[in-house]
Design a protein around this ligand. Structure first.
Ligand code: MLT
Length: 312
């Protein structure tokens, strides 16, 4: 990046549709957050944002596609915590998160919930721990592929309980949640942005929220710490990324639009209803998010290595 051509490149931007690539299925948590911020961002940019779902391999297909896209500001990746875990999970990752992207900014932070089909036997977290210890192989655990937040949380659950469950991969937790509601799979750990409605409607069972604090929209749900599993903590963050050679002046335009979107009252209210919050202004800058990404890669590497899982 950098260089004198930047300002010229950014001047008319955007003069075409901007594609926000979502690495998981439509209707899931990443898709929900993306569509929520895309609208006010498009308005602020004076352009049009199109959302494209590119599923597969726990989000790494989409990230690889954006890393290799034209660095012209018209292809933007919405990703999440998987951006920081994939390098430890995939030996042959077709991109390098810190080298092949520029960060636009942190978008939101989302708690996760441990949920089950509504007729799953255990009623509380304590009963779940006991049940899973006795029936480990028979318990199915949905996730959105290796590198998904649901996969990471599933690893932490299995670590915390010292069990190996039968993992069932989907291309996003949107379809996984449908199977959970239908009773096709037993258990999942997924973001409140996907699970809140079904928990409130009693279509699925919820045992705990994986953050240090309870979630306002699900006030009766204990934290994992309250339920005796304090090691089981994970918060999902979402961030926006562009290919590394994208001109800085375009990144600045996208970052300014993100800042406006995160202060939008409708965005704040809708995220709150779903148990989530927009990033703070200082965490949402390109530099702050690059630093966060670096430290998240370092944080998760030893945890993943200890869990002894790898995709290839
Ligand atoms: C999704 O959007 O489907 C989720 O973010 C998948 C996941 O990471 O668990």
């Amino acid at each position: 990046g950098g260089g004198g051509g930047d300002d010229a490149a950014a001047e008319g931007y955007p003069e075409d549709d901007i594609t926000f690539v979502v690495p998981f299925s439509a209707g899931g948590p990443t898709d929900t957050v993306t569509r929520l911020v895309a609208e006010p961002m498009a308005e602020e940019l004076g352009g049009n944002v199109v959302v494209q779902n590119v599923e597969g391999a726990g989000g790494t297909i989409a990230a690889g596609q954006v890393a290799a896209a034209n660095p012209d500001g018209y292809t933007v990746l919405m990703h999440h915590i998987g951006m920081s875990t994939a390098p430890s999970l995939y030996a042959d990752l077709p991109y390098e998160p810190l080298e092949d992207f520029k960060t636009v900014g942190l978008v939101t932070e989302v708690p996760m919930t441990i949920v089950a089909r509504s007729d799953f036997e255990p009623g509380t977290m304590e009963e779940l721990v006991e049940y899973v210890e006795q029936n480990a192989e028979d318990v199915t655990l949905a996730n959105a592929g290796i590198g998904a937040a649901s996969h990471l949380c599933g690893l932490l659950i299995q670590e915390a309980l010292g069990v190996k469950l039968t993992e069932v991969p989907y291309e996003g937790t949107g379809p996984a949640l449908q199977d959970l509601v239908a009773g096709e799979v037993d258990l999942m750990c997924d973001q409140t942005t996907n699970t809140t409605g079904q928990i409130q409607a009693g279509q699925i069972k919820a045992y705990a929220v994986t953050t240090p604090e309870r979630v306002e929209s699900l006030p009766d749900l204990p934290t994992t710490e309250e339920a005796g599993l304090e090691a089981l903590q994970v918060g999902v963050w979402h961030g926006l990324y562009v290919p590394a050679e994208t001109p800085d002046a375009i990144v600045e335009k996208l970052s300014a639009a993100l800042k406006v979107a995160l202060a939008d009252q409708n965005v704040i209210d809708q995220l709150a209803e779903l148990g989530a919050a927009p990033s703070s202004e200082e965490d949402a800058t390109p530099d702050a998010h690059m630093e966060q990404l670096e430290s998240q890669i370092e944080l998760w590497r030893p945890i993943i290595e200890e869990a002894g899982v790898a995709a290839n």
